[in-house]
Write a protein that binds this ligand. Structure first.
Ligand code: G1P
Length: 291
């Protein structure tokens, strides 16, 4: 893709049923991993990748996400008055001042493809990122996953989708890609893509994880996409159509992914970060030693 990525779409209209009853009132993207909500990790990764316009596709129950990125005048005034500078900096750090957050609603839960299509009026005809905040990806060695992908999109003038090997019996939970020519150590051309195939029908065990760099052209293809897997309008199906027109790369990112869309992944991510925090690590070790 010949233009630098500036806009990133966050589809955050899901119901979060795996975390009921907490998600009766708390958006699942607001569940904390240590002291920061899941959405913050994704936003930080987007900003690091160069994004300055973040588009949240929400539903009418998700006001907490907008509130979280809004300026908290009263809280900030109180902290300033009490001279609590560190806390004040933390409260202000949710969104850097050069970045704007835009909220659009998805009136009906018609699928991921439909959610992305809701961002069309804001994105227009330029390359953009899509991030699913459930997939928390940490790369302690260097650039975040989206930053790596944005670079690859520029270098190879192509769409880029993050992939990872998934257990063969789990293919029905992912978009699965079949790849052809290897471009370099991280990227291969996608030949074919299918949403949530049964293991016996899966073309490989390379699963799509929640990071995409796509051209604006995808919107026209999404408009033509009919309901697919689960009766929903699938992003995977529109990308499959895009493959007829241009290169899309499957990208094996550097970093570790935690699927925080379920309890196991959320606990693993929390433990991982706690063990890296000098103040929390002893408490984790003590908890295990006491068992
Ligand atoms: C979505 C996509 C799927 C992808 C997955 C990654 O599915 O449709 O292709 O593999 O995210 O997390 P969901 O998990 O929203 O059902």
């Amino acid at each position: 893709m010949s233009k630098r990525l500036r806009k990133v779409v966050f589809p955050v209209a899901g119901l979060g049923t795996r975390f009921l009853p907490a998600t009766k009132v708390v958006a699942k993207e607001m569940l904390p991993v240590l002291d920061r909500p899941l959405i913050q990790y994704a936003v930080d990764e987007a900003v690091e990748a160069g994004a300055d316009t973040l588009i949240f596709v929400t539903n009418r129950y998700k006001h907490a996400i907008a509130d979280y990125f809004d300026k908290a005048y009263e809280l900030e005034a109180k902290l300033a008055e009490k001279g609590k500078e560190t806390l004040l900096a933390q409260v202000r750090s949710t969104l850097p001042s050069h970045v704007r957050a835009i909220f659009v609603t998805q009136p009906e839960a018609l699928g991921l493809g439909h959610a992305v299509l809701c961002a069309k009026p804001v994105v227009g005809d330029e390359p953009f990122g899509v991030m699913l905040p459930d997939d928390l990806i940490l790369n302690e060695e260097g650039a975040g996953a989206l930053g790596q992908m944005a670079e690859a999109a520029l270098t190879h003038d192509a769409g880029v989708i993050a992939v990872e090997e998934v257990p063969h019996d789990q293919t029905h939970k992912y978009g699965i890609v079949a790849t052809g020519d290897e471009i370099d150590a991280h990227a291969s051309k996608i030949r074919h893509m299918v949403e949530k195939p049964k293991p016996e029908e899966a073309p490989s065990n390379l699963g799509v994880v929640g990071r995409y760099v796509l051209p604006g052209r995808i919107f026209a293809l999404l408009e033509k996409t009919r309901p697919g897997s689960g009766g929903e309008i699938q992003l995977t199906d529109a990308i499959e159509a895009l493959l007829q027109e241009q290169s899309v790369l499957a990208y094996r990112f550097a970093g570790q992914r935690f699927d925080c869309g379920n309890k196991r992944g959320l606990v693993r991510a929390t433990m991982h970060l706690a063990l890296r925090d000098p103040e929390l690590a002893p408490a984790v070790h003590e908890a295990f030693a006491a068992r």
